[in-house]
Design a protein around this ligand. Structure first.
Ligand code: FPP
Length: 245
């Protein structure tokens, strides 16, 4: 049973993180346990993604970033990559149909270059079609790698220095943040990693400097609204000091 039923009840009970990141891990193990192909695990993970993103929006989370495909995931078997691309395409086509009655702002973080023209067009359509909404910002990290993101930022900043737009002495932390895919967004307060792995896996390295991590022993396809509530409860028990006392 989900803890948060109505937006009005949330702040009464717990402090909500403004920005949640989720490393959606464990699809492969979920499928293996059932003697199913890995693609079946991703399909189940896709359903969980839809359910949890909807729930986050309903309870009033302002930003949700989900790790859907990393810069390293291209090393997987072609069959699995094809299944994931099909899943992304189906979701993006579905999301376009919801344009009229949804409030979620869809953004993609990562390098779009290697995706098919069809997928790129769907990403563009989703970003442009949802940009004027006023609800939760959903960042879908696709072909995302935090090191890659930092290299890109360094290149952008260097180009700015070279052409005289950026004064090297004025470069500060904001200059870096402003050149990341998440520019203008708050850093994640909470990052959840299901499936029991204690790794950051190249996800939001710069942005997570002061993030609270919650590792949960659930495979992503089995993750429920109540698990999200539990992660928020754990987050509420943490004493965030941001380097102070
Ligand atoms: C990691 O689990 C998961 C992925 C690489 C894919 C994540 C994608 C989804 C959950 C689908 C999201 C859908 C949309 C539409 C955004 P794993 O396969 O590495 O699991 P394992 O560690 O158990 O093998």
């Amino acid at each position: 049973m989900a803890l948060f039923k109505k937006k009005q009840s949330i702040s009464d009970e717990l402090v909500l993180p403004e920005h949640i990141g989720i490393i959606m891990d464990g699809n492969g193990r979920w499928a293996k346990k059932r003697h199913l192909p890995r693609s079946a695990g991703h399909n189940a993970g896709g359903k969980t993604f839809r359910k949890i993103s909807r729930y986050c929006s309903d309870i009033g989370i302002k930003y949700l970033t989900v790790y859907a495909f990393s810069t390293e995931n291209w090393r997987r078997p072609q069959e699995e990559i094809d299944a994931l691309m099909k899943l992304f395409k189906d979701y993006l086509e579905e999301a376009v149909k919801d344009f009229k009655d949804d409030s979620i702002v869809v953004r993609f973080i990562g390098d779009k270059t290697p995706f098919s023209d069809e997928l790129k067009a769907l990403m563009k359509e989703n970003e442009e079609g949802s940009a004027d909404r006023d609800g939760m910002v959903l960042n879908i990290a696709m072909n995302y790698g935090s090191r890659d993101e930092l290299v890109r930022a360094v290149k952008n900043i260097s180009a700015g220095v070279k052409n005289g737009e950026i004064d090297i002495d004025l470069i500060d932390e904001n200059t870096i943040s402003d050149n990341l895919y998440t520019a203008g967004q708050p850093d994640p307060d909470l990052i959840i990693r299901p499936s029991g792995e204690y790794r950051i896996s190249n996800f939001m390295l710069w942005q997570s400097a002061y993030t609270e991590f919650v590792i949960m022993n659930k495979l992503w396809p089995d993750f429920t609204e109540s698990d999200l509530d539990e992660a928020i409860r754990i987050f509420n028990q943490r004493n965030r000091r941001f380097g102070g006392v």
